[in-house]
Design a binder for this molecule. Structure first.
Ligand code: 2BA
Length: 109
């Protein structure tokens, strides 16, 4: 068994959940925040049998797309000066960042 952790953009999260439910996969959605943009994103935890990992990858690829995002400079006043970016930055935010981890045990009580 594997645990798939997928960080996706909020805009794609409903479509991805619908795609997973439709294909009979179970998932948990967590609200998360990107460390770089400090913007909300969604993290999916999906537990699946090894032979289903590729099916889940296809669903993720089909439902999540990358977008360019322009980050406007924000004054550090009252905030953390370490994170201040003094000029607009355009970054391409990926459709999904996916980790696949081996699961030692799975229990449901
Ligand atoms: P963020 O950390 O907010 O990053 C958003 C996008 O900003 C990234 O898109 C990347 O294009 C850019 N970026 C991130 N760090 C950067 C840096 N130090 N310098 C320049 N540009 C940078 P993605 O790579 O597609 O990542 C989308 C989101 O996936 C990330 O949001 C983060 O929440 C998660 N993520 C990406 N890589 C990760 C990793 N190795 N471990 C954990 N989470 C990760």
């Amino acid at each position: 068994m594997k645990l798939i952790i997928a960080v996706v953009q909020d805009k794609d999260s409903t479509r991805l959940s619908d795609g997973l439910v439709k294909a009979d996969f179970r998932a948990t959605k967590l609200s998360s925040t990107g460390g770089f943009l400090k913007a909300g994103n969604t993290t999916f935890l999906i537990g699946v049998d090894d032979d289903k990992v590729e099916d889940v990858m296809e669903i993720i690829q089909k439902n999540c797309r990358s977008r360019d995002q322009l980050i406007a400079p924000v004054s550090p006043m009252g905030g953390n000066a370490d994170s201040y970016v003094p000029y607009p930055v355009e970054v391409e935010v990926g459709g999904a960042t996916v980790f696949v981890l081996p699961i030692e045990q799975f229990h449901q009580f």
